[in-house]
Design a protein around this ligand. Structure first.
Ligand code: A2P
Length: 336
């Protein structure tokens, strides 16, 4: 049995990877609609051996779509996801607009798959990329000993911002190496050879929206509103792969060895933790282009009796977005 799938935002950084992952995992795709804005309507995209023509979302009729994967930004999801759901599709949405709604499940495939079944609006939300990899790494520890507090600093790649940001880093880097300054357009300041402590918008409490996503989404996914989360989100000049320096305080003490053993058998996790040069995961050596969430630098915090430190790296476009969305689609298929 095959299903009719629509990808909304198919020409984007995540859309491109959705196509790749559907093919890689041999998702039973019957008809596949690739949708984007009027600007790219008529362009051709490859899906395995098939050539698909991009259609304009604004004039597309969603009747007959079984599964719709949305990754075209919040305003597009807000307007079109309910229309696709009303036409009978299960919508898997990569934007943040529905994530906080009580009647929309927020699901990491390895962590809370059962939540995906309860979707009264026909919409399942895909978590933010930084939360995604954090949850895959921390859920096993939370279940074993309880997590009281999470302190996190992220080192996020530009692909999380979209295709234009990938181009901006490339152009700025090439420009700088040729003694030519390139004006920032996507980011407020130069991203090449720099780091920027700013993701999303500034909020009244002094945090940014990307930082607060880590707070709200962590609590919803782990089903525990008592977990404290303190985040600093930083953009770094890396193309693919987010890294996170994670410091947790657990309810019960867990040793580094116990945590390592737990993570070694955790689904979706790969431990890379040798105390030698290169014995830790990085975006370039491990994460980019690969599925697992890599965890290294596991050690007990010398400043806290129940503290543990970890370094968590994953491909933000794969596990952080497209891969999890396809895993959620697989969960939906398995229900039938
Ligand atoms: P398009 O290429 O036609 O602009 P990214 O996150 O990499 O920037 O990609 C965003 C995705 O969302 C692209 O596929 C883009 O299509 C799509 N998109 C942006 N605006 C619209 C719109 N108004 N209607 C449909 N798709 C849109």
């Amino acid at each position: 049995k095959t299903v009719t799938v629509a990808i909304v935002g198919a020409t984007g950084a995540v859309g491109e990877t959705l196509l790749k992952i559907l093919a890689e995992r041999q998702f039973p795709v019957g008809t596949l609609h690739v949708l984007a804005s009027e600007r790219s309507a008529g362009e051709k995209l490859e899906y395995g051996a098939r050539q698909l023509v991009v259609q304009d979302l604004a004039t597309f009729d969603p009747t007959g779509v079984d599964i719709a994967l949305f990754s075209a930004g919040g305003s597009i999801s807000k307007e079109y996801a309910p229309k696709f759901a009303a036409a009978g599709a299960v919508v898997i949405d990569n934007s943040s607009v529905f994530r906080g709604d009580d009647d929309v499940p927020l699901v990491v495939a390895e962590v809370n798959p059962e939540a995906a079944r309860n979707r009264p609006r026909g919409i399942i939300a895909n978590p933010n990329c930084s939360t995604m990899q954090l949850m895959v790494a921390l859920a096993p520890i939370h279940r074993a000993v309880g997590i009281e507090r999470i302190n996190i600093a992220t080192y996020q790649s530009v692909s999380g911002t979209g295709r234009r940001a990938l181009e901006e880093l490339g152009k700025q880097t090439a420009g700088m190496l040729n003694f030519r300054e390139v004006e920032p357009e996507v980011y407020p300041v130069q991203i090449a050879f720099n780091v920027i402590p700013h993701g999303g918008d500034f909020l009244d409490n002094g945090y940014t929206s990307e930082e607060m996503k880590l707070v709200w989404e962590t609590r919803k996914i782990l089903g525990d509103d008592s977990i404290g989360v303190n985040a600093t989100v930083v953009r770094v000049p890396v193309f693919y792969g987010h890294s996170e320096a994670v410091h947790i305080e657990t309810r019960e003490k867990i040793t580094a060895a116990q945590a390592r053993a737990l993570l070694e058998k955790a689904p979706g996790v790969e431990v890379v933790d040798e105390q030698v040069g290169g014995g830790y995961p990085t975006p370039v050596t491990h994460a980019s282009g690969n599925d697992p969430v890599y965890v290294g630098r596991i050690r007990e915090d010398i400043s806290h009796p129940r503290g543990l430190d970890l370094w968590v790296v994953a491909d933000n476009i794969r596990k952080g977005a497209a891969l999890n969305a396809v895993q959620l689609a697989e969960l939906v298929l398995r229900e039938a």
